[in-house]
Design a protein around this ligand. Structure first.
Ligand SMILES: NC(=O)c1ccc[n+]([C@@H]2O[C@H](COP(=O)([O-])OP(=O)(O)OC[C@H]3O[C@@H](n4cnc5c(N)ncnc54)[C@H](O)[C@@H]3O)[C@@H](O)[C@H]2O)c1
Length: 351
């Protein structure tokens, strides 16, 4: 597998996973173009691409701005499409905003791809959230799609756009359905980005980690380098055996185990248990972990990083870089009234 000299485009490349991918691609010698409009409430951070800032081209535009993208798309050999909003709770509060970011903008981007990069490989960052509450474990690609929040509905729509346009030959799409990803460059300063970002923020601020409920739900956290490796393989596979791949972590851990491994890695006290906030209980999917045997069998991908080591590396990164991620040192919890200002900005942000 080699990306040396390849022309690649990464949407959402200032965000958590996109920046890690862009760095790896640049280090492999690819010509990298990043498209990111730094959407308020998402994880864009210019510092994320500091190691390769002089080696990548940044187009500070929304993916739906075809005028700015045509020339870049026309030159691109592989498109990595990671622009999106990940917060399930934001999606429930502002469903139209989530629709705009995760579905409408995606459709507009794919139409631009059809016009300027017809038939090109595009790897889309899908999500396990489209499956909803699992009917069985581990969850494979045959599991029914039955999302229980707007984020899942809109990501499912964007997935379907990719598949539909591949059937017609307009695109050559692969959808990776990612489980919870963690690692360096997560946006710790943005509220409601999931339990891993929340645990990390509290640990790094010297606060006690809180677990909602009994902590028995299972998850399979995946280190970001493993996610990046899956994108690289999906971007190159020829021929492409399937269009949808589940991508997950190497271990199924309870949230209580995740919290205590994180706490141990940080040398912090805790965790403590709290009742589920009502708005989160409504969209909790219970236990989830991934059956990733299809991508193992067909693309040779296997998650490498166990959580105890991955979280240690993650904490080490943030201890070094914390001012770039927690400038205000606030604890932005969606439940707190003082974050109404933040919520207003989300609502009125022009997309
Ligand atoms: N982080 C996870 O655990 C996880 C799990 C499943 C799926 N995913 C998917 O992976 C992708 C990346 O997630 P992440 O954690 O890196 O999120 P992130 O919020 O850190 O990054 C997303 C980036 O996309 C950009 N963006 C959003 N809409 C845009 C638009 N219309 N035009 C240009 N840029 C736009 C944002 O500014 C941000 O920089 C998302 O699509 C998300 O749904 C992430």
């Amino acid at each position: 597998m080699s990306y040396a000299g390849k022309k690649v485009l990464v949407t959402g490349g200032l965000g958590f996973i996109g920046s890690n991918l862009a760095i790896r691609l640049a280090e492999e010698g690819a010509e990298v173009v990043i498209v990111d409009s730094s959407v308020a409430g998402c994880g864009a951070n210019l510092h994320n691409i500091a190691p390769v800032r002089d080696r990548v081209r940044l187009i500070p535009a929304a993916v739906c701005e075809m005028g700015s993208l045509g020339e870049a798309l026309a030159r691109t050999e592989v498109i990595f499409n990671l622009a999106g909003e990940i917060s399930h709770t934001h999606s429930m509060e502002f469903p139209e905003r989530d629709l705009q970011i995760n579905a409408v903008a995606q459709l507009q981007f794919l139409l631009a791809c059809r016009q300027y990069a017809r038939g090109r490989r595009i790897v889309y960052a899908g999500t396990r959230q489209v499956y909803g509450a699992p009917e069985y474990l581990p969850v494979d690609e045959s599991h029914p799609v039955n999302p229980i929040d707007f984020n899942g509905v809109h990501k499912a729509a964007a997935t379907t756009y990719h598949l539909l346009m591949s059937r017609s030959g307009d695109l050559d799409a692969v959808v990776l359905r990612l489980t919870n990803v963690y690692g360096p460059r997560m946006a710790l300063n943005i509220p409601c980005q999931g339990f891993l970002s929340n645990f990390l923020r509290r640990l790094l601020l010297g606060q006690t980690v809180e677990i909602y409920g009994d902590g028995n739900q299972l998850r399979d956290p995946m280190f970001v380098d493993d996610a990046v490796e899956a994108f690289l393989r999906a971007g190159e596979a020829q021929p492409l055996p399937a269009r949808i791949y589940n991508v997950g972590g190497p271990e199924a851990l309870s949230l209580a185990e995740v919290a205590s491994l994180a706490v141990a890695a940080a040398g912090a006290p805790g965790p403590v248990y709290r009742p589920f906030p009502e708005h989160q209980k409504a969209i909790d999917i219970g236990s989830y972990y991934t059956d990733w045997t299809r991508i193992q069998r067909e693309l040779g991908w296997v998650p490498q990083m166990r959580f105890a080591e991955g979280i240690r590396r993650t904490i080490e990164y943030y201890r070094r870089e914390l001012p770039h991620y927690l400038a205000s040192a606030a604890d932005p919890t969606c439940d707190l009234p003082e974050h109404i200002g933040f919520r207003r900005r989300l609502r009125y942000h022009a997309l």
